[in-house]
Write a protein that binds this ligand. Sequence first.
Ligand code: F6P
Length: 363
Amino acid sequence: MPRIGVLTSGGDAPGMNAAVRAITRAAIHSGAEVFAIREGWQGALAGGDHIVPLGWSDVSGILNKGGTVIGTARSAEFRERAGQRRAVRHLVERGIDRLIIIGGDGSLTGTRELGLGWGELLAELVAAGEITQELADAHPALYVAGLVGSIDNDMVGTDMTIGTDSALHRITEAVDAISSTAESHQRTFIVEVMGRRCGYLALMSAIASGADYTFLPESPPGDGWEDQMVEVLRHGRSAGRRDSILIVAEGAADTHGVPITAERISEVLAEKAGEEARITILGHVQRGGVPSAYDRWMATVCGVEAVRQVLDAEVGAEPVLVGVHRDRVRAVPLIEAVSDTHAVADHIAEGDYASAISARGAG
Ligand code: F6P
């Protein structure tokens, strides 16, 4: 019977549990066994009771829960060769050679490397006498499917990442709440949102909440942005708005690469408009809590497809990323999705924002 390992890695995201549930049940339905690898790659490194079988009812009641019930971690040790070897040993000892990982860009990159280096890692384990040749021969390849679990929506290869929609709802609700107190006092609020180097959450929440101004990593404001911002806010007030809302992405910077933080914006407002703005850093409130209907749906359909991918794979199969494109599930080569995602980050680092946007859209 084929054995599938499932793990969540990197920052948690609402909808990860829906994916774990769908993977478990689709795998059982297809005649496979499923093992949870607890606490992300740390679990594969630890082995023992960190790798546990999952039955149908083990995943009951988790569809609507935030976070990940099988735990997650960011593992530095897994990036080392010795760590990868240990993880591979623990997997083959359990007969697991199919892996579905739900994580962000960093986690999926590491998994792709493990899939590509599988043969060599097994050979090293045999040479060190840690596993037998028979065991290595029984598992000639690691079949990998990745689902992108991240609120950042920063991965090429899928239109949405699991958790983004929930985070967006959370941010919009928070900004709505802030607006009512801001209007009462005719105040200005600067709201900082997550997203790492990606401005998706900032841009979408600014549109959804009708914010006055937003700062995005992909569209840094040029010199003189301070006066322009003050002018836009003044214009809003003179048109009858009682509040001013600015949304700043945590990765925002100006064209010189100097970070634009909520603090910096607040100082500019104090100096140029005599405004005592309030700052709200939403932080992990954005990442926790129940998943939206969209995230439950997307995680479920992608989870089912990921099971099909790893069960149908044959020796030599490329690791795949399972995501959605135009509301349909699709699998693309993980290697391309990862390198295109890195290309976007490189373009942003070089200040070539037009190429970054078109590279992100291309996926
Ligand atoms: O990648 C998801 C994310 O929430 C980012 O938006 C944020 O920058 C980061 O993780 C925060 O990481 P941590 O939870 O380790 O503080």
